[in-house]
Design a protein around this ligand. Structure first.
Ligand SMILES: C[C@H](O)[C@@H](O)[C@@H](O)C(=O)CO
Length: 534
């Protein structure tokens, strides 16, 4: 008699938005089929711990409550796979995973179609912060040797060992004296003078990893000002039509192209853009009221039914060359000629990183503009592994080929953004970059930092990558020096990666060392990843 297949439980976390879950379900179903075939080849069988819902027309866990109920029926000692082909809210499954005793494997399909890799990386960062042990894997079609070997390892031992040799503790790295001294000095200043992060509603889309515990942040000299999106909504409605028109006109004069239409539900309308211009002025005025050094707007969930997306606002704020906004009394231009640092999706780890980046780059006379991107996908091109870093709507135009002239505004995809709003899309210019990520592990802050560059791909290749992902969003074609795809995926602790440019390779190295030294002096444990050049 053939041996009974061994059973692995499977859960799939989804979005909270029904439209996204329904649209993305076919990709999830296809991925699970391929995954089931891979397990079958090893003598294992997948048992879904929750069924496809014929009324909702998808098979995702779509709320924290549902996740808790699903986990009540799972044997806590069973091997468990969390399979992700879509953007998901980690808190849907985090509660259940915190008490699961059996081996946990997070798996995503190597596809750019939906942000499944992004979803898995967020879950990984969230599990790390929560102190839950897990293994992680990814594959294009679940038949490659890398995947099969690692899957076998997990099924046999309940663990997967990845190659993390690219990451070295800062203490083991020979640091040049000057940038190190600068980093230490900047850290001492930040601790002594202190700074405020303005947070418009903490926590976004279940991103548990993105919330920094107050005590860890305070140790860096940074404190949260907890603001409300309700106040931002109110303030937005107080901004005059004349102010909104002036901002919109400034953008058009600078050369930004808005792809406008008339249908609110499917197209970008002038009214949506004007409301975004009002939100931009409102964010600056509230930040001014509270003396904030940076702000983060959650947008989801509270504002999505009230206002168009915040992305255009965020990209403008993060750029030094941006529409001027006066204080309410008309006497002062707010942060004239400077960005007001903004961290997308109130990702506080990105917010803290941005603060360090801005100070280091200012001191070294390097471009201060920085942003996060999603780690969306990637493919080899011309001998390099070229990542698709792509964020859901905004990056500073200083990063784009052509600056504001290269900036385009498309309507945000309706399945995520019922009230539309313009994205701030562009193709990131070639140049030397520093990438990094701050994350929470064992209740304390850590940073992975490395060097890389943005490559100039042929226009048709960039277009192909946009069409295989989300063409309305800004893209960065990045190469991470000395860090392979699989090393990056195995080590990275977030859906987001922070990026900033320097004028040349030497300046970028100085920025890396100064930022690493600054972080270390603030008590952050730093890993330097990869090499300084290709
Ligand atoms: C619109 C989507 O939900 C995005 O917000 C998502 O892909 C992310 O950007 C996650 O970082």
């Amino acid at each position: 008699m053939p041996a009974q297949p061994k059973i692995v439980q499977l859960v799939a976390s989804g979005d909270l938005r029904l439209s996204a879950n329904q649209t993305c379900w076919p990709a999830q179903a296809a991925m699970e089929k391929a995954l089931a075939a891979a397990l079958k080849a090893e003598g294992w069988k997948i048992k879904r711990a929750h069924a496809l819902d014929p009324v909702k027309k998808h098979g995702f866990i779509d709320s924290q409550r549902m996740g808790i109920e699903v986990f009540r029926c799972i044997d806590p000692d069973a091997p468990l796979i969390v399979a992700e082909a879509v953007w998901q809210y980690s808190h849907h499954v985090l509660a259940g995973l915190t008490t699961h005793r059996g081996p946990i494997l997070t798996v995503a399909n190597w596809s750019g179609q939906w942000p499944g890799l992004v979803g898995m990386l967020n879950l990984n960062g969230s599990l790390t912060k929560a102190g839950v042990k897990y293994s992680t894997l990814w594959s294009e079609d679940f038949t490659d040797a890398f995947f099969k070997t690692k899957l076998k390892q997990w099924l046999k031992t309940g663990r997967i060992a990845h190659d993390l040799s690219h990451a070295r503790k800062l203490e083991k790295v020979k640091m040049p004296a000057k940038p190190t001294a600068l980093g230490k000095k900047l850290a001492a200043t930040l601790r002594a003078e202190k700074a405020i992060m303005g947070i418009f509603d903490e926590g976004c889309m279940g991103m548990f990893n993105a919330i920094i515990p107050d005590h860890a942040l305070h140790a860096c000299g940074v404190f949260k000002e907890r603001l409300s999106q309700s106040a931002l909504y109110h303030e937005t409605l107080q901004v005059s039509d004349a102010d909104a028109l002036a901002i919109h006109t400034w953008l058009e004069k600078k050369g930004m192209t808005f792809h406008l239409g008339r249908d609110h539900t499917t197209q970008l309308t002038r009214e949506q853009v004007r409301l975004q211009c009002k939100m931009y002025a409102a964010a600056l005025r509230i930040a001014d009221d509270f003396g904030c050094d940076s702000v983060g707007i959650q947008y989801q969930q509270g504002l999505k039914d009230l206002l168009p997306a915040s992305d255009l606002v965020e990209g403008m704020l993060n750029n030094a060359d941006r529409p001027p906004v006066k204080s309410r009394d008309g006497r002062r231009t707010l942060w004239a000629g400077q960005p007001l640092l903004h961290f997308n999706e109130v990702d506080e780890c990105a917010g803290l990183d941005g603060m360090l980046t801005q100070r280091v780059h200012r001191a070294l006379q390097q471009p201060v503009e920085n942003t996060l991107h999603d780690v969306r996908w990637g493919e080899a091109f011309g001998g390099d592994y070229v990542w698709v870093f792509l964020i859901s709507g905004a990056a500073p135009p200083a990063h784009f080929v052509g600056g504001w002239k290269g900036a385009e505004g498309f309507r945000q995809p309706a399945m995520y953004f019922p009230n539309g709003g313009s994205t701030l899309r562009g193709n990131s210019k070639p140049g030397e970059i520093i990438w990094s990520r701050i994350y929470v592990q064992n209740e304390s802050l850590h940073m992975d930092i490395g060097r890389g560059c943005v490559v100039e791909l042929p226009p048709e290749e960039t277009e192909r990558r946009w069409q295989l992902t989300t063409p309305q969003w800004p893209i960065m074609s990045a190469v991470t020096y000395g860090v392979s795809r699989d090393q990056f995926m195995a080590k990275h602790q977030a859906n987001h990666v922070q990026v900033a440019y320097a004028h040349d390779a030497k300046a970028a190295n100085d920025c890396l060392f100064a930022k690493a030294a600054m972080a270390r002096a603030l008590g952050i444990q730093v890993n330097v990843c990869g090499t300084l050049s290709r």
